[in-house]
Unconditional design. Structure first.
Length: 134
């Protein structure tokens, strides 16, 4: 079954992150962790928020969900910064792929990756649907 106007589904990924656990990791490892997980533009976007923890956690969940939709997990040479969460706030969120993540997506025939993000209470969640874009 295809999503209306989105094409055939090639992969689906979902991830749930406990926000306070993610915030503890950031408190422990600081900039070193943020530099490893997020692109410069993602880090700049997050600086706009008074309480960035939940926004970082939901972006982390989106990256995890994207890895699942790409069928790579953390493997096949895909690194965190190969998946960038774009938009957010007042504009729709999206994903931009580069490096090995883009190579894997191209190899699978993925032309579009739809993402939805949410955070409520203690949790952040992301779902990614990869399609052929037809």
């Amino acid at each position: 079954m295809a999503l209306q106007g989105a094409g055939m589904v090639i992969g689906i990924g979902i991830d749930l992150v406990q926000i306070d656990r993610f915030e503890r990791a950031v408190a422990r490892y600081g900039a070193r962790l943020l530099d490893r997980l997020f692109t410069p533009s993602e880090r700049a976007h997050i600086r706009r928020y008074r309480s960035p923890g939940r926004h970082l956690a939901v972006r982390f969940a989106a990256k995890e969900a994207a890895f699942k939709a790409l069928r790579t997990g953390w493997g096949q040479g895909v690194v965190w910064q190969d998946v960038e969460v774009v938009g957010g706030g007042n504009e729709p969120s999206g994903l931009a792929l580069s490096g090995r993540a883009k190579d894997v997506a191209d190899g699978l025939g993925i032309m579009q990756m739809l993402v939805t993000l949410t955070h409520e209470g203690d949790y952040a969640m992301a779902c990614v649907v990869a399609t052929d874009g037809r």
